[in-house]
Design a protein around this ligand. Structure first.
Ligand code: PAF
Length: 272
């Protein structure tokens, strides 16, 4: 794998790099990320990944400072999965960066308590798209809202990029893989699987999905030691609250902290 440690270095080589499939990351890679690389390889394109912990998308400086950094291990994982290029942007990425304001759906779900988060995500991704000019970009669907917001951005700006979202990879307990799982104590990691179990439990009872059912589940999660940020059923595209399972698929999404570690998860409930 060829590693570019600066954007300048990448730009010098770029002429020869066409047909790229891009997997953007913030590092601390796990099987969720490598599943994206594996898929990217199947596209038949050259695969490029980036590792950049994007300060612009953190609204809590401690969260940013504590973000796990495991560069040597990340490089090994990328190499093992056949990634062709890794760009580790230097701070020049922020020079003359155009700030992007995410649309109103960015204020729902995770955006409610993380103001500016999706502005930061779009701002850095637009810059990375301009630098890399990928044909395909691959994301994990654990960050469902991120996927929808980036997909809309690509479509609304007629960017010539095909965006692909891949299913969440889970531990056997059901816990969605996340870099943040490394910050959980063993006890809280065991408890954390309750989040997915709760989503699946609601799925089993989806015929009666309603605000009261979700409120009961929020109370239950809080009683297990979580601090629930949201547990919502909404339209898959607009992310507007919706319970109309007879007429459309619904996104069931949750964000909750345990031991100060914020976790998110979601499943799609197929219409009845
Ligand atoms: O999902 C992530 O890891 C980040 O939000 C991304 C897409 C790499 C942008 O910084």
């Amino acid at each position: 794998m060829k590693i570019f440690n600066t954007i300048n270095e990448f730009n010098l080589a770029k002429e020869n790099l066409t047909n790229l499939t891009f997997v953007p990351t913030m590092g601390n890679l796990h099987a969720g990320h490598t599943s994206l690389i594996d898929f990217a390889k199947e596209t038949g394109n050259i695969v490029i990944s980036t590792i950049y912990v994007n300060k612009l998308q953190f609204n809590d400086i401690n969260d940013f400072n504590n973000y796990p950094k495991t560069l040597n291990n990340d490089i090994k994982l990328l190499e093992d999965h056949g990634c062709d290029y890794l760009l580790i942007p230097d701070k020049s990425i922020l020079e003359n960066i155009a700030s992007i304001k995410a649309p109103t759906k960015s204020q729902k779900l995770c955006g409610k308590n993380r103001p500016g988060h999706f502005d930061g995500v779009l701002t850095i991704l637009k810059k990375l798209f301009d630098i890399i000019e990928p044909k395909i970009v691959v994301f994990g669907m654990k960050d469902y809202q991120q996927f929808i917001i980036v997909k809309d951005f690509i479509n609304n700006n007629n960017l010539n990029i095909n965006i692909i979202g891949l299913k969440t990879i889970r531990e056997t307990s059901g816990l969605a893989l996340s870099s943040r799982n490394n910050l959980l104590s063993t006890k809280n990691k065991n408890l954390a699987s309750i989040l997915y179990q709760t989503l699946k439990d609601i799925e089993t009872n989806k015929v009666s999905i309603c605000p009261d059912l979700l409120n009961l589940k929020i109370d239950y999660l809080n009683s297990c030691g979580f601090k629930v940020d949201y547990l919502t059923s909404c339209d898959e595209e607009s992310l507007e609250e919706c319970f109309d399972i007879h007429n459309k698929n619904l996104l069931l999404a949750v964000a909750a902290s345990i031991g100060g570690v914020r976790l998110i998860d979601n499943i799609v409930l197929t219409k009845l």
